[in-house]
Design a protein. Structure first.
Length: 365
């Protein structure tokens, strides 16, 4: 409560950006740099990402993949980010950024390898890939991203560092530390929060009392806004603006993209234990693929025949990637030793020889 001895010294507001509503209708004019052809390509990327997602779950259920985090219903955020980033921008992701990775040239077979427990999945096949591996420990990737953005600033490099996290990560100290550093040093950083309403089984309402995650950037003097995470046009627009700002070294931006996690947290989870069926069904009606398909169809840019053709093409492409993953030869035993020390200590050489011999005896090859 304000008294006569107090005066207002600061005021803040958070803006929300929106173009395409849940009915597939434009509520604001289409930006000039967002063309119909770009949105068709956007939709195709989401079809591919969802096909990958479905196959990954099927592989896990049949014992051919480890624990896997589905991005079902959240594809628009990752797709928009992948489409707006430039080749030499650096992605410092968390574990649900499958579409961004695929668009930026990481083959699906590498993602399958990673989630199949093969460390070579992080040794990307694409030699031009400058992105960092998936980060599973919650929020630690934001600190890494702040360091990378610092290097970009020191070198005056015209690129952006992009990092992502879920709403649960915004309660961690790493999140606040990274934002504080980005604000103080005006780093070329874009931080994207996928607010899918659930931190595993904890709803956002029980995790934080703030109205928006975006407002958490205010204390760091970082520009922030909220966007509908199921609105492809809004996502493309605000990501593009934030990335250009970062490349011009005009400071960091935090973007909260609000969506809903339609799947389980991972394949080791069962969201039926804590999520209401009604909430899930309501969220399914406004998910991004349905929304964009409505707009494309209404504007004669898409139809059922194109849909079936695209799904079949994506299934064929993913199946080729699955086969490449399944045909991957086992890691050699030497790898357990070769990448720990710059030079393997003498006392471990005998262990390496023993491991190699045992591996060769047990290997079916």
């Amino acid at each position: 409560m304000k008294n006569n001895a107090q005066t207002e010294i600061a005021q803040f507001k958070i803006l929300r950006e929106e173009y395409l509503n849940a009915k597939g209708e434009l509520v604001n004019p289409l930006p000039s740099d967002i063309t119909p052809a770009l949105l068709v390509q956007f939709y195709k990327h989401m079809v591919y990402a969802r096909t990958f997602d479905q196959k990954a779950i099927a592989l896990q259920r049949t014992g051919k993949l480890g624990t896997y985090p589905s991005a079902l219903g959240q594809e628009a955020i990752n797709t928009a980010l992948g489409m707006m980033m430039k080749e030499k921008d650096v992605l410092v992701p968390y574990y649900r950024d499958h579409s961004t990775r695929l668009i930026r040239g990481t083959p699906a077979r590498d993602l399958f390898r990673y989630w199949g427990g093969d460390e070579r999945g992080s040794l990307f096949s694409n030699p031009l890939n400058v992105d960092f591996p998936d980060c599973v420990p919650i929020a630690t990737q934001l600190s890494h991203a702040a360091g990378i953005a610092t290097a970009m600033k020191i070198r005056n490099a015209p690129f952006a560092t992009v990092t992502t996290c879920g709403d649960g990560a915004t309660s961690r100290g790493d999140f606040y530390e990274a934002l504080n550093l980005a604000g103080v040093w005006q780093l070329p950083l874009v931080a994207v929060v996928n607010n899918n309403r659930w931190a595993i089984s904890v709803p956002f309402s029980k995790q934080s009392k703030v109205q928006t995650i975006a407002q958490k950037a205010i204390a760091a003097e970082i520009d922030a806004l909220q966007v509908d995470g199921n609105d492809p046009i809004g996502l493309l627009t605000c990501f593009n603006r934030a990335l250009k700002k970062a490349r011009d070294h005009k400071g960091a931006t935090l973007i909260e993209a609000v969506t809903y996690r339609l799947g389980d947290h991972t394949t080791a989870d069962d969201a039926r234990r804590y999520r209401k069926d009604q909430d899930l069904e309501s969220a399914k009606e406004i998910e991004p693929m349905i929304r964009l398909r409505l707009w494309l169809t209404q504007n004669n840019l898409w139809n059922d025949d194109l849909e079936q053709q695209e799904i079949m093409d994506c299934k064929n492409r993913i199946q080729q990637e699955v086969q490449a993953y399944l045909d991957t030869p086992p890691q050699v035993a030497d790898d357990f030793f070769n990448y720990v020390y710059e030079e393997c200590p003498a006392e471990l050489e005998n262990q390496k020889t023993f491991a190699r011999e045992k591996f060769n005896r047990l290997s079916p090859h």
